[in-house]
Design a protein around this ligand. Structure first.
Ligand SMILES: Nc1ncnc2c1ncn2[C@@H]1O[C@H](COP(=O)(O)OP(=O)(O)OP(=O)(O)O)[C@@H](O)[C@H]1O
Ligand SMILES: [Mg+2]
Length: 408
């Protein structure tokens, strides 16, 4: 179709094919404006002169009948002189022998927001206009950007709420554990006093009962202490109190602590030869708790007359390793997968391995982590388990010369 044919077209068809066209007289008076342009720029009405409505910003030249001859068939960028601001790009082409011209333009659109601002939709563009395809892409992009933004906002909200809730929970646990510990210590203290028969003899049965009260109280206290530690760790309020201490002595002390239980089960406990001068800089209470957690697991999940082997090794290059190996029931793969998760326990109905909360290993791992260390675990179901605390070499402050190693 030649430009001239546009005049012959039915107006509706012309508008559909060329939604952004303006017909100009030879003196650049506006004769006809396609409806979309009319909507975008209400000031552009028939009778107006092109130069009153637009200025050419490329090429920078006045839009006059004298200059227009050089401007036909070159790319023009026009900017409306009055608000609303509208920048269009297009061409002027001669149309008819009487000097009429056709200005074919389309709005210059940088992004989908601009589209929205201009109130344009895909329907405003001619089917052949590449801008219509671009518009579809832009609108799709904008929609997915908005979706992504909304999603990110929701995620941020959820994360903030979760953090808030988790902080509140940790705070509650910390306070509650603290409040529970005080009266519980009193209960245990008074029970011990009564069992000692400080104010006169008690029937043997009552002494028995007091033993049970104390045991239950102690169990509850251990649980509360675990919860308190966990709450502090979760709330990032667990402060390490580092000091220098000999690893071997600490492990021996832990072994003594569990002696009543190991005796009861007839277990053999052995600490392999170690360097007694191996001293580390760490939170002694935390390391004691880790070792006790590993030991109490080994005892709990051992069979009668089983054995527990403890190793204290300083790897010359990397770490200090305190390992506790038992030949007990072992850990099935399903339990192993989530063994460090809090409150996670294996199925011990068969072996009846005694109670537990499922916090021991989780706390041990977190405490090790606070020292820059970790807990490693290896197990063969039915054969036994080796759990080890690994502390980084930087924690070592003293170690005797090689050859001075001796058994405890
Ligand atoms: N030495 C081990 N032998 C066999 N199973 C073990 C051993 N150590 C840990 N487990 C398994 O890992 C689970 C989690 O151990 P963890 O110490 O965290 O909890 P728990 O001993 O059950 O309870 P808690 O330590 O809080 O009293 C145990 O319930 C058990 O199934
Ligand atoms: Mg345990």
């Amino acid at each position: 179709m030649s430009n001239g044919d546009i005049l012959a077209l039915d107006a509706a068809v012309a508008d559909r094919l060329f939604p952004f066209h303006v017909v100009l007289a030879s003196d650049l008076r506006v004769l006809r404006v396609a409806p979309v342009i009319k909507r975008l720029l209400p000031a552009l009405v028939p009778g107006q002169y092109l130069e009153h409505v637009f200025e050419a910003i490329r090429p920078l030249t006045p839009l006059t009948p004298e200059t227009i001859g050089q401007l036909t068939n070159t790319l023009l960028i026009l900017k409306s002189r009055q608000p609303p601001a509208l920048v269009v790009k297009g061409q002027i082409a001669p149309l008819a022998a009487d000097g009429r011209m056709l200005l074919l333009v389309s709005p210059r659109i940088a992004d989908a927001d601009e589209m929205l601002r201009l109130g344009l939709t895909a329907a405003d563009f001619a089917l052949h206009d590449p801008a219509s395809e671009m518009l579809v892409v832009l609108q799709a992009m904008r929609a997915s950007l908005m979706d992504a933004e909304l999603l990110a906002k929701r995620l941020r909200q959820t994360r903030d709420e979760a953090l808030q809730a988790s902080k509140a929970k940790s705070q509650f646990l910390a306070n509650m554990s603290h409040e529970l510990r005080t009266p519980l210590n009193a209960i245990i203290g008074f029970t011990e006093m009564m069992a000692a028969q400080m104010h006169g003899p008690l029937p043997a049965k009552y002494i028995d009962y007091l033993g049970d009260v104390k045991l239950s109280g102690q169990h509850l206290l251990d649980l509360i202490n675990d919860l308190l530690d966990l709450a502090r760790i979760e709330a990032d309020r667990f402060e390490l109190r580092p000091s220098q201490f000999a690893v071997g002595a600490l492990v021996e002390e832990c072994v003594r602590t569990v002696t009543p239980q190991t005796r009861k089960k007839g277990l053999t406990v052995e600490i392999a030869s170690f360097d007694p001068s191996l001293t580390i800089d760490a939170d002694e209470r935390a390391v004691r708790q880790i070792v006790l957690n590993l030991l109490s697991n080994a005892v709990k999940f051992s069979r009668q007359a089983g054995r527990i082997d403890i190793g204290i090794v300083r790897d010359p290059t990397s770490h200090v390793r305190i390992s506790v190996a038992d030949n007990g029931e072992g850990i099935d793969p399903a339990t192993m997968r989530s063994i460090f998760e809090p409150f996670r326990r294996g199925d011990h109905r068969v072996s009846d391995a005694g109670g537990g909360t499922g916090l021991g290993l989780h706390i041990a791992k977190r405490l090790a982590g606070l020292h820059g260390g970790t807990i490693s675990i290896k197990s063969r179901p039915g054969e036994g388990t080796t759990v080890a605390l690994l502390l980084p070499a930087v924690r070592v402050v003293a170690v005797s010369a090689p050859g001075r190693q001796k058994a405890p």
